[in-house]
Ligand binder design. Structure first.
Ligand code: URP
Ligand code: ZN
Ligand code: ZN
Length: 467
């Protein structure tokens, strides 16, 4: 049985036109106008609606043992939330800690996801230690279809790598042609600043940002870029939050370093005053890098529109209020992270596209196409084209609603964007041709999602010494 999506305004990263999409099995088989629906075809009337390629979240945490607890979602809850919000593929950070075996960790993450995700997924493999086994293990993981790495320059002694380990990881990544994503802060400085603040009795969530100031993120970003330049590897800064770090990234781009930039939903919409709220209200908004001074927000929006920020992810990382309260005595114990997988598309559409801050094609590019291209999912994902996976979001631009924990699907008892108005939401969402969301409600097959295997595609490039 085929599926016909009829009469919508098809919007990709490059083009916009009214038309019909015919889907057979799992892929798009034709795109045109005034298609006749053969008997037995399911028809979605998309008249008056926008039709986008399925959105891709390039940075999520689902299974995550971190800061003495576990993030709250399962693959079942997170994927359902993702789909209701229009995300049809996510890339999860596979994050075994420094004391765990990387390959065992990789298999644990795969098993957690397999058969439990309602949408498609892939992994970035975190390298949290580099020892004599690491090279062989990473080669095996890349052969298995996980063609991107993750390193943390923060979280010393848990996820964090030394500069020596970063160098080894990037050298191998350059040889294998995989891209390395990086959390860029200076772990040593964060640790020292945390101790000074705590010793002064500054223990509340409002001290989280001063313990990781903008300069600390800019230093991490610049150092990562320098290491990329010297190894010839391709890199991707995750969750860039502020102007000084952006400047460091842009300078590296100008030197010819293959560096791409992601910023995440909270940093476009929230500022540090949210984390300065008393007690648990502030703790809800503790993440790293932290929410910043509000002067950064328009700079991030402008950089996104200009393409200096390549992608928008979420860094979805849900801890509930009970878990946040683990940090009642010291902000350093507050589990870092905020949920967002369900809200990214609607909030970026509302506060970006509808407010005139973001061109609609750049919106599709930043929230779908560019991640597909950077991470080896394109053209299977990230576009509407014949032969592509039929991951489609039929988007109702007339919907009006309000974000609330009371109505969300992510497994958490708060939402960091509580009360934000949205102007638009997905009405129908398909994953490889199957309708998983109808009229905003999950109606799909819970375990439909598949791991999408990816090939390395970053060819060798000489070291960039300039600048
Ligand atoms: O605060 C954050 N970002 N939590 C999740 C872990 C990470 O750093 O991405
Ligand atoms: Zn991070
Ligand atoms: Zn993260």
């Amino acid at each position: 049985m085929g599926l016909l999506i009829k009469g919508g305004e098809i919007v990709t990263a490059e083009s916009r036109s009214r038309g019909d999409i015919f889907i057979e099995n799992e892929t798009i088989s034709s795109i045109g106008r005034d298609f006749y629906a053969p008997p037995g075809t399911e028809v979605i009337d998309a008249a008056g609606q926008l039709v986008f390629p399925g959105f891709i979240d390039p940075h999520v945490h689902i299974h995550l043992p971190f800061m003495a607890t576990f993030a709250k979602d399962t693959h079942a809850t997170a994927s359902k939330a993702a789909l209701i919000g229009g995300t049809t593929t996510f890339i999860e950070m596979c994050c075994p800690s420094r004391t765990e075996d990387a390959l065992e960790g990789y298999h644990t993450w795969k098993q957690k996801a397999q058969g439990n995700s309602a949408c498609d997924y892939a992994f970035h493999m975190a390298v949290t230690r580099y020892d004599t086994n690491t090279e062989a293990q990473l080669r095996e993981i890349v052969r298995d279809g996980t063609a991107s790495f993750k390193i943390f320059l923060a979280y010393k002694n848990f996820f964090g790598v030394t500069d020596e380990e970063m160098f080894s990881t990037l050298k191998l990544a350059a040889e294998l042609g995989v891209i390395t994503t990086a959390h860029c802060e200076n772990a040593e400085l964060v640790g020292q600043l945390q101790q000074i603040l705590l010793a002064e009795g500054k223990t509340g969530p409002e001290w989280h940002e001063p313990s990781r100031p903008e300069a600390v993120e800019a230093e991490g970003t610049g150092r990562f870029a320098t290491f990329l330049g010297q190894t010839g590897a391709a890199g991707y800064v995750v969750h860039l939050s502020c102007a000084p770090a952006l400047r460091a990234a842009v300078e590296a781009k100008l030197r010819g370093v293959r560096l791409y930039v992601e910023s995440v939903l909270p940093h476009f919409l929230l500022d540090k005053t949210y984390a300065e709220r008393p007690n648990v209200e502030g703790m809800k908004h503790v993440m790293s890098p932290p929410l910043r001074d509000k002067r950064n927000l328009p700079i991030l929006w402008n950089a996104l529109q200009a393409g200096l920020i390549d992608t928008v992810g979420t860094d979805h990382c849900p801890f509930d209020t009970e878990q946040k309260l683990l940090g009642s005595e010291a902000f350093t114990q507050i589990p870092n992270g905020i949920p967002g997988i369900e809200d990214r598309v609607n909030l970026m559409y509302t506060y970006g596209v509808r407010r005139g801050a973001l061109d609609i094609h750049r919106f599709v590019d930043a929230l779908s196409t560019r991640s597909a291209k950077l991470f080896g999912l394109f053209p299977r994902k990230g576009t509407i084209a014949i032969g592509a996976d039929a991951d489609i979001v039929v988007y109702d631009p007339d919907y009006r609603g309000t974000i609330s924990a009371a109505t969300q699907h992510s497994n958490n008892n708060y939402n960091g964007f509580e009360g934000f108005r949205i102007e638009g939401r997905p009405s129908h969402v398909t994953v490889r041709g199957r309708v998983q969301v109808r009229d905003g409600v999950f109606v799909g097959e819970p375990g439909r999602g598949r791991m999408i295997k990816r090939e390395p595609h970053y060819g060798a490039q000489g070291a960039k010494n300039a600048g």
